[in-house]
Design a protein around this ligand. Structure first.
Ligand code: COA
Length: 322
């Protein structure tokens, strides 16, 4: 339980009629230096939303669990929005998870307790709704990390995000005994186990990955077709033993996803060839890989991927469910 909260009267819920532009400006100011194309797209959407009275009326009528991205709190001084935090709801295994995001304070107002108050407010709100609060902070943001630790957030995991840009030169010849193949039906059991190891429920709630949808059955194929989920699997073997399967998942955003199911015993050896195969297969697309922090870093680097960020995933104190 959170103790009695001394939440400032300067904090109020985001009012979509007047806060969208100031919030977009604040997010721009505080995060633009580290934003990818999806982040910039998000800002464009926010600014478009501000010009759309129909959407604003709908958002006001909708419950908070469907009204993202206009759900959260602002800190206001003399009528000016100087701080913001967003709340992004997710539903997993019959439980709501509230991701606290975009915690941002105007530079002139920092170190006065505003970021702390906004985060506390969001934690309190999540608790009141029976939801578990989560947040993600970059490893290279020690100030914010300290703030969240002080509020009792506990680290659950760290994840690297890698970007594989198109047209990177890739390693050529496969060594003797190594083969690239289409994923076979018989590979599924092993693939799903390796996937579940690398992408546990503690992270999948916040990733567009549904491992079940990769099953090699006709039903799943049809299901994916109807849901417009376009995936291609490439397998690699060494001396006739499956070493891993990479799944390329198309998106309509700036990058596609690459999900890696690798045998930890041989991944240092085989991953470069599998990455090279995926690079050739999706040659014109950016590819993003989410992987446990630190795992295979030299392999990713020597294969031409760039580390976009390392995120610390943190959960609110007292929460037991993911
Ligand atoms: C991170 C951020 C929101 C903090 O807001 P803030 O209002 O300055 O934070 P607070 O004043 O509430 O800080 C509370 C405590 O957190 C820690 N802290 C916050 N910023 C810190 C910094 N830059 N360096 C070290 N500690 C810091 C301190 O322990 C601080 O207590 P103290 O001032 O008594 O030492 C703000 O710096 C910001 O907007 N940064 C850019 C956006 C960003 O990185 N957001 C976090 C995304 S996860």
């Amino acid at each position: 339980m959170l103790s009695d909260l001394d939440i400032s009267t300067n904090i109020r819920a985001v009012d979509p009629r007047k806060d969208i532009l100031p919030v977009a400006d604040l997010i721009d100011l505080c995060f633009s230096h580290q934003m990818d194309e999806d982040g910039r797209e998000y800002l464009r959407h926010l600014r478009q939303a501000a010009r759309n009275p129909g959407l604003i009326r709908w958002v006001q009528g909708a419950g908070e669990r469907v009204s993202y991205p206009l759900n959260g709190f602002v800190y206001v001084i003399d009528g000016e929005v100087v701080g913001n935090c967003s709340i992004i709801p997710y539903y997993q295994a019959n439980h709501w998870l509230y991701l606290i995001a975009n915690v941002a304070v105007q530079p002139d107002y920092r170190r006065r307790g505003i970021g702390r108050q906004l985060t506390l407010k969001a934690m309190h709100h999540a608790q009141a709704q029976g939801a578990t609060a989560w947040l993600q902070v970059r490893e290279d943001n020690p100030g914010a990390h300290k703030l969240y630790l002080e509020l009792g957030f506990e680290e659950v995991t760290r994840r690297d995000t890698w970007l594989f840009k198109p047209n990177r030169p890739v390693n050529g010849r496969l060594p003797d005994g190594v083969r690239l193949l289409k994923r076979q039906r018989a590979d599924w059991q092993q693939q799903s186990e390796w996937l579940a190891n690398t992408y546990s429920p503690d992270v999948t709630w916040n990733l567009p990955l549904r491992i079940d949808h990769f099953k090699p059955t006709m039903w799943d194929f049809l299901d994916n077709f109807l849901m417009d989920l376009q995936v291609t699997h490439v397998a690699i073997s060494m001396n006739h033993q499956l070493g891993g399967v990479a799944t390329h998942q198309r998106t309509a955003t700036f990058a596609d996803w690459l999900w890696l199911a690798m045998n930890p015993a041989t991944e240092d050896t085989l991953l470069p060839y599998l990455l090279a195969a995926c690079r050739k297969h999706a040659h014109h697309r950016n590819l993003v890989v989410n992987y446990p922090a630190g795992r295979c870093r030299p392999v990713f680097e020597s294969s031409g991927l760039e580390l976009m960020n390392c995120l610390i995933w943190m959960r609110a104190p007292g929460a037991t469910k993911s």
